[in-house]
Every structure is written in structure tokens, then in C-alpha cells.
Design a protein around this ligand. Structure first.
Ligand code: PMP
Length: 423
């Protein structure tokens, strides 16, 4: 038995399913989670000493790769000064100013501790600002595990085939309306019926929790237009896309201005951080200035801020990083398409910049329904073979593959060779 298998046997005794987050369970591919001991650059090592080329990157934040020396030394230095003060710090001002300077739609921002918290808080602000209760989300988009958003969510919920979670009262989700991704008509229909009651539309500007599903041309703009028409707010959940697709995230990449934006792990470079921000008049609703209450003991934690400030500053000061990452990723995902063509396999590759997915289906994947046509047993076989070849990809179909600046040309060509064999 491997060390990972032994640890997993112990883990299931004390932790539900042996894991602290369902997306890191390997159940859907009929395997055992690899227990990771360390990571560096584009690699991770498990308890059995196996090395993997990592295409998850802690689910997104490792844009610069694991263990970047500048981030590491900023964190170590912050640690020597105290782990948490629960008081205002200079670093929080630096972080807030950095993000407000970089992202034009953001005048003010509030730090929280996870993407879930960021979205939950942004929704509360949108409701407080508009005085309306209803929100629209899209089927297959995941916005964290808060009660009101666990409706037709993607990610682990989609893999498990559970559209809703038990323990969420119907009274909490009655104001969560769902529309279909890339389908403006489905949004218009809801607005025709409930327009004056809708506080906000929340959307992943690139769907990344039903596998990667790019927005169809004009889709995001149509959401902006509808929100303008009905005085509703547009919230971009950029937990995955923020500071990844471009310095100003998907909103910069597609040139659409949301009213509120949510960020997660990326702005903490892997430390537990999230944030929500947007227009000043909206953000001034937040306590202690306004009446929308939201708080957090560890919010703006100095160690997390040190990590995040360092990563964001590096990204801001090196615009060429985005050209490099996006060009390399384009080539990589196009190469996968070539492999499929050569092998006469009808499967689909979707990608935007450095996030992408391979779907085992013959039809284009543009929304939740088409994503669900993917053959998950084929994905499971493929994923296990890739792991055997030392390539660490998501142990579930409906997640993204993340490239980083630490992946070398050799890493990528080795991965393509492995794909060629495994497919
Ligand atoms: N929004 C999106 C788009 C996400 O992908 C995720 C999780 N990956 C979340 C929100 C929730 O973030 P967290 O897991 O940090 O709570």
C-alpha cells in the first residue's frame, strides 16, 4: 500500500471523506487522493516521493509557480513581526491601493478570507444598495458554498450530481434565480418577469467550474446592458480569472465594466484571502460607513497581505508575463487539439488564456447542459493515466487546468507526450 493510501485510510476516520474540500477527493476517478508533502515551481511531490507536474496550482493562485522566492521571503519576514493583530495595518492600505490602481472598475475594496466570503458579501452589498432581494446566477457557475448560491452550482457539486445541498432551506434560495450561461434570452425572460426585484446578476466571466466555458461573443456585454436597463448591478466573480487572464482580469480581457468584483485565492498568492470591491457609492454601503454589515477577525491578515502584495506587484511590474503566459497557453491548448485531430478523436478543448479543459464529448461545450455530455468515465481513465505519468490534473472533469509561468517548455512538451499516450 502506498503512503497516500495509508494516510487516506486514516483520514477517512477523522475527516468527512478524508478531505477538507470535496474537489480534492479522488472518488470520482475511483482513486485515492495523493497526499502532497511539498511543491516548488511547477512541481509537487507526494508522500511516496512521486513528482508531478502540477496543472492545478492550488486551483489558480500559483501564477508564478510554487514557492516564488520573492513571495516566500515576504511571507517569512511578515511572520517574524507577528501572525495576526486584528488591527489596522499599513499592508492593508498598500493592498487596497494596489488593486484599486490596477483595476479601473474598483474604487474601494474590502478584504475577506475566501472566495465564498467575498461573493456572499458582494451579494449582500448589492441587495443593500438596490433595496432588492432577487439575484440571478447561471447554471454551472460556482460562487462558493454559501447557502444562497448553492443552486445549480458547478465544481464539486456538479461532479457529485447534486444540484443543491441538503441543509439549505428553500426560504434561503427562493430569491436565487438561475439562467443559462451564454443564453441572453434566458436572462431577459427572468428580467421581464422580475426586473424591478433583481438586485444583481452574478457571473463567472469565463465559466471555470463546469470545466472551462468561454463567454460567447457579446454575452457579457448583453448582461451589462440588461443591468443598465433595469438598474441592477453586474457582479463579476473573478476568483479564477482575476489577475490571471490579464492584469485587470476578465473585465480587462473582454473590456466590460462590472459594478462589483469578487476575488479569491489569487490575491493571496495561495494564502487564504478573498476580497470584494467596486464603485465607491456602492462600497460605501459597507459597515462601518454604511448599513451593510460584514466583518472578519483575520481579514487583511498581515502574512497573507505580504504574499498577495508581492505577487500582485510582480505581475503589475511585468506586463510581459501575461503575453508570455497567454501565448504559451494558446500554443499548449492548440497542440492538444492537434493531438485529438491526429488521433481522430472528436473531443473538445476549451480554453481562455492559461485556463482550459478537455471534454470527452463530440459536441461543442458552451454551457452546463453541453458540459454534462462529457463522458466522465473516460475522463477518469485519462486522469488516472496522467497521474501515473507524473502529471497532476484535476481529479474531476468539471474543473480547469491551470498553466503557470513556472511551466518550462520541457514540462509542457513532456505533458503533451503523456497526453498523446494516455488519450
Ligand atoms: N467563485 C469561484 C468562481 C470559484 O471558482 C470559487 C472556488 N474555486 C469560489 C468562488 C469559492 O472560493 P473559495 O473556495 O476560496 O471559498
Amino acid at each position: 500500500m502506498t503512503q497516500s493510501e495509508t494516510l487516506f485510510q486514516e483520514a477517512v476516520k477523522y475527516i468527512p471523506g478524508g478531505v477538507n474540500s470535496p474537489v480534492r477527493a479522488f472518488g470520482s476517478i475511483g482513486s485515492t487522493p495523493r497526499f502532497i508533502t511539498k511543491a516548488d515551481k511547477a512541481y509537487m511531490w507526494d508522500e511516496d516521493g512521486n513528482r508531478y507536474i502540477d496543472f492545478i496550482g492550488s486551483w489558480g493562485p500559483m501564477i508564478l509557480g510554487h514557492n516564488h522566492p520573492s513571495i516566500l521571503s515576504a511571507v517569512l519576514e511578515a511572520c517574524t513581526k507577528g501572525l495576526s493583530f486584528g488591527a489596522a495595518t499599513r499592508q492593508e492600505v498598500t493592498m487596497a491601493k494596489l488593486i484599486c490602481d490596477i483595476v479601473p472598475s474598483i474604487d474601494m475594496i474590502r478584504m475577506v478570507n475566501s472566495g465564498t466570503e467575498a461573493v456572499m458579501s458582494a451579494i449582500r452589498v448589492a441587495r443593500g444598495y438596490t433595496g432588492r432581494d432577487k439575484i440571478i446566477k447561471f447554471t454551472g457557475c460556482y460562487h462558493g458554498h454559501s447557502d444562497g448560491l448553492l443552486v445549480k452550482a458547478g465544481s464539486g457539486v456538479m461532479t457529485a450530481g447534486v444540484p443543491d445541498s441538503s441543509g439549505v432551506p428553500a426560504s434561503v434560495t427562493k430569491d436565487t434565480l438561475t439562467a443559462e450561461y451564454n443564453n441572453t434570452d434566458s436572462v431577459r425572460t427572468l428580467f421581464k418577469q422580475f426586473g424591478e426585484q433583481i438586485a444583481a446578476i452574478i457571473v463567472e466571466p469565463v465559466g471555470a467550474n463546469m470545466g472551462v466555458v468561454p463567454p460567447a461573443p457579446g454575452f457579457l456585454q448583453s448582461l451589462r446592458d440588461i443591468c443598465n436597463e433595469y438598474d441592477s448591478l453586474l457582479i463579476f466573480d473573478e476568483v479564477i480569472t482575476g489577475f490571471r487572464l490579464s492584469l485587470s482580469g476578465a473585465q480587462g480581457y473582454y473590456g466590460i465594466t462590472p459594478d462589483l468584483t469578487t476575488f479569491g485565492k489569487i490575491i493571496g498568492a495561495g494564502m487564504p484571502v478573498g476580497a470584494y470591491g467596486g464603485r465607491r457609492d456602492i462600497m460605501e454601503q459597507v459597515s462601518p460607513v454604511g448599513n451593510v454589515y460584514q466583518a472578519g477577525t483575520l481579514s487583511g491578515n498581515p502574512v497573507a497581505m505580504a504574499a498577495g502584495i508581492t505577487q500582485l506587484t510582480l505581475l503589475r511590474d511585468h506586463p510581459e508575463y501575461y503575453t508570455l503566459l497567454n501565448d504559451t497557453s494558446d500554443k499548449f491548448f492548440n497542440k492538444i487539439k492537434e493531438i485529438l485531430l491526429e488521433k481522430n478523436l472528436p473531443w473538445q478543448v476549451n480554453h481562455v488564456g492559461s485556463i482550459g479543459s478537455l471534454f470527452f464529448t463530440g459536441q461543442p461545450v458552451t454551457d452546463y447542459a453541453s458540459a454534462k455530455t462529457s463522458d466522465v468515465t473516460a475522463y477518469a481513465r485519462y486522469c488516472n493515466r496522467m497521474l501515473d505519468h507524473g502529471i497532476y490534473i484535476a481529479p474531476a472533469q468539471f474543473e480547469a487546468m491551470f498553466l503557470s509561468l513556472a511551466h518550462t517548455p520541457e514540462d509542457l512538451s513532456h505533458t503533451l507526450d503523456a497526453m498523446c499516450t494516455c488519450l
